[in-house]
Design a protein. Structure first.
Length: 284
């Protein structure tokens, strides 16, 4: 196994910036990112030494075993972070407040085996799920701050336009949950911060660009990541509310994933963004 590095996130004067992609098994990456002949069993090892975070999507479809989480933990270097997409059985339901059993089963399935490499948990809601303040409040009450001795961070990926309202923002802030920012024309896109960290999913990679985005686009997202990490609000992003002025901006960790769009370009986009941040990992 390659030599581990001491840190994989981007240090700033404020929070830390993690940049990555969704998953690590994708056939087209074997044509344009993974080296020819790389064993499939070593893809996570290879990818995790060139980016600094991965969003695990398999957990959305079925719970994984503690052994799987432990294996993924050991394959990645120190400082690497895995975000984990929560089970669809908790979020794809008519009454969210009745998801308690599914939430508990997911949170106790073994994800804490990731240890310090456990990043945020992403709760993705259906595009048809409209905002219902009472039911959403009931759901957020089901999300614990800890499982055993492990602290949890929750990110909410809401994908219905009705969530673009002050009432939702206040509710998410009251529960300390971040709202996923989606750079997309297909889903609601608003950059209001509701938690102590930022979670962004960037969905505009293009096949025509070797790095997914033109150089100016990569630089722009690197600058936004820096602003978020320093507690500032990047300009040029849609919001529901104007950002409140702060005399002393609070540091925030940032989790930024290139996902969807021309997915075959996602790893290159993440690598280029880390380079723009001056924090390209030392691949071993």
């Amino acid at each position: 196994m390659a030599t581990r590095r001491s840190s994989s996130a981007t240090p700033t004067a404020a929070g830390r910036i993690h940049v990555g992609v969704g998953g690590w098994v994708y056939e087209p990456w074997r044509d344009n990112f993974y080296p020819a002949g790389l064993a499939h069993s070593r893809e996570l090892e290879y990818l995790s030494r060139r980016i600094t975070a991965i969003e695990i999507n398999a957990t959305y479809y079925r719970n994984q075993s503690p052994a799987s989480f432990a294996r993924w933990r050991d394959a990645a270097p120190d400082g690497f972070v895995f975000a984990v997409k929560a089970t669809r059985y908790a979020t794809n339901r008519r009454v969210l407040g009745e998801a308690g059993e599914s939430v508990e089963r997911f949170l106790t399935s073994g994800l804490t085996e990731l240890g310090p490499k456990l990043g945020p948990i992403v709760w993705q809601f259906a595009t048809t799920k409209a905002f219902d303040a009472a039911d959403f409040d009931d759901f957020l009450k089901l999300l614990p701050a800890r499982v055993g001795g492990t602290a949890l961070r929750h990110a909410l990926e809401v994908r219905h336009p009705s969530f673009k309202c002050a009432e939702y923002l206040a509710l998410a802030r009251r529960h300390g949950a971040a709202t996923v920012f989606a750079d997309s024309d297909d889903y609601p896109s608003f950059a209001d911060a509701t938690g102590s960290f930022i979670y962004a999913r960037l969905m505009r990679c293009e096949s025509a660009n070797a790095c997914g985005y033109p150089a100016a686009g990569i630089d722009a997202w690197a600058a936004r990541a820096r602003a978020w990490a320093e507690g500032r609000e990047p300009e040029g992003l849609e919001r529901v509310e104007a950002p409140a002025p702060s005399a002393a901006p609070a540091a925030r960790d940032v989790f930024m994933f290139f996902i969807s769009g021309a997915k075959e370009r996602a790893p290159a986009a993440a690598v280029a963004t880390l380079a723009a941040l001056g924090a390209a990992p030392s691949a071993g």
